[in-house]
Design a protein around this ligand. Sequence first.
Ligand SMILES: [Zn+2]
Length: 136
Amino acid sequence: MRVITLIIIHCSAVRPWQRSSVADIDNWHRDRGWNGCGYHFVVRRDGTVETGRPLEVVGSHCVNHNRHSIGICYEGGLDANGEEADTRTEAQKVALLKLLKQLRERFPRALITGHNVFNPMKKCPCFDAVKEYEGI
Ligand SMILES: [Zn+2]
């Protein structure tokens, strides 16, 4: 297993009626010339956690920080007007917490953070992941 120092949270930047399953994201990321879905996990609106890349495989989700990180994406991130917003459902919040606790056990020293920490031009994941998950 590679060394994991970061667990990076993302949103998929879709509006409330738009779907972004691993299969959808796989298509989008292949269109960009990537080797399929760049995230390791996608958390759907109903709380279902879908597996993208295996943890052993380096992701494509955060420039300069893929090698030592795990990428988690929740479905959403835009409101009906296309504005960036924290659109996480209760089911997604519960699922994210559970997933992060599991990853925390396996990677005790990894920092749980958000994409916006590494790219100030982005609001992704549209909430303060460092603050929300600092206690995990
Ligand atoms: Zn992102």
